[in-house]
Each structure stands twice: as structure tokens, then as C-alpha cells.
Write a protein that binds this ligand. Structure first.
Ligand code: 2AM
Length: 177
């Protein structure tokens, strides 16, 4: 029997923006606010799949490949903290319809394939800091990073030598044709 992999679908953040976010985080948050997520790991999860067999991965990839929808523009212009999950996040004040549609579709496909999906509504976010147990001052609104989202990505999550590593396994282009 083949091994399972820990997988999730996500929106990739362009490399230059990952770098800018890391700089902005260093400039705007106290060093002891939490554990910073490394630049290459900054992403927006669309659907978390959990541990998935090779067979189920193939089925999920086939379903993802049938999604037909246009790309959209993402504005990262919001930030906050969830004390319960100890996460400081960046997000978007007005999630584009395309982002919500894509996440809903992937989450529905995942649920149909037997991947547990949290009943909590989808809150699109990019985790900036983990283990932020104490309330952290959040920078005032006025920041903005904008980028076009033209594809979505299936990532594998692994714990390698004490570090979380996300590896893109497959990507799909967003277009209507
Ligand atoms: P988070 O950043 O808010 O923790 C890989 O773990 C990605 O999947 C992360 O972006 C994480 O969101 C998200 N995710 C969603 N549900 C998860 C779960 N039950 N366990 C681990 N990660 C989850």
C-alpha cells in the first residue's frame, strides 16, 4: 500500500510579495509576537485535505482539473489575530467572488471524497505568525498588496528536520474555456 500525503489546495503568493510581506512583518510586529512563517510558506489555503492516499489524490486532482472559472485579483488589505488558533493573519476586506467560488468548489469536492471539512465558514487568510498567544497590536489599515490570481496549487505539507515544508505538486490555470 502506498503512503499517504498531507495535502492542501492554496493560492500561491508571488515571490516578490512574499519578500515584501516578510519585511513589513519585521517592521510592524514585535519580534516576540509569535513564530514567523517563512517567506516561501506564505500562502492562502483554499481547502485543507489532510492525509490523503495516492488514489484519493488522483481523484481529487481529476476533479480539480474540471473546475472552469476565471482568475481574479486579490487585495491583501486586512489583518487581524485569532487568539483561539494563535494566528496573526493577513486577509482581504472584500473577498473576490472568484476566490470564494474556487474555495467552495474545492471544499465541496474534498468533502465528497471523504476529506473532513471544517463546518466553520471559509475565512480566506494568509498566516503571518503562529503561536501568537498574547494579543498583538495590529498595524492600522492603509497597507495593500495586489496581485492577479491565475492558478491554484496542490501542496504537500511535510515536516523536514524540524521545519514545515510545503511542496507544490500540481497547478491548474484559472480560465473559462
Ligand atoms: P492556517 O495557516 O490557518 O493554520 C497547511 O497546514 C495549511 O492548511 C495552512 O494554511 C492551514 O491554515 C490550513 N489548514 C486548514 N485546516 C487545517 C487543519 N485542520 N490542520 C492543519 N492545517 C489546516
Amino acid at each position: 500500500m502506498s503512503e499517504s500525503k498531507r495535502l492542501f489546495f492554496a493560492v500561491e503568493i508571488p515571490k516578490p510579495i512574499q519578500k515584501q510581506l516578510v519585511q513589513w512583518r519585521a517592521d510592524n510586529f514585535p519580534a516576540d509576537a509569535g513564530i514567523p512563517v517563512v517567506a516561501a510558506n506564505l500562502h492562502i489555503t483554499l481547502a485543507f485535505l489532510g492525509d490523503v492516499s495516492e488514489e484519493k489524490q488522483r481523484a481529487l486532482a481529476a476533479m480539480a482539473g474540471r473546475i472552469r472559472q476565471p482568475g481574479f485579483t486579490l487585495n491583501l488589505d486586512d489583518a487581524g489575530q485569532w487568539l483561539r488558533s494563535r494566528v496573526v493573519w493577513l486577509g482581504t476586506r472584500q473577498p473576490p467572488r472568484g476566490l470564494l467560488q474556487l474555495a467552495n468548489m474545492l471544499r465541496a469536492q474534498a468533502a465528497r471524497s471523504g476529506c473532513y471539512q471544517s463546518p466553520q465558514p471559509f475565512h480566506p487568510h494568509l498566516t503571518l505568525l503562529r503561536n501568537a498567544a498574547q494579543a498583538v497590536p495590529i498595524p492600522a489599515p492603509g497597507f495593500l498588496w495586489t496581485f492577479p490570481v491565475t492558478e491554484f496549487v496542490l501542496y504537500e505539507s511535510r515536516f523536514v528536520r524540524g521545519r514545515t515544508k510545503y511542496t507544490p505538486l500540481q497547478r491548474w490555470t484559472l480560465n473559462e474555456s
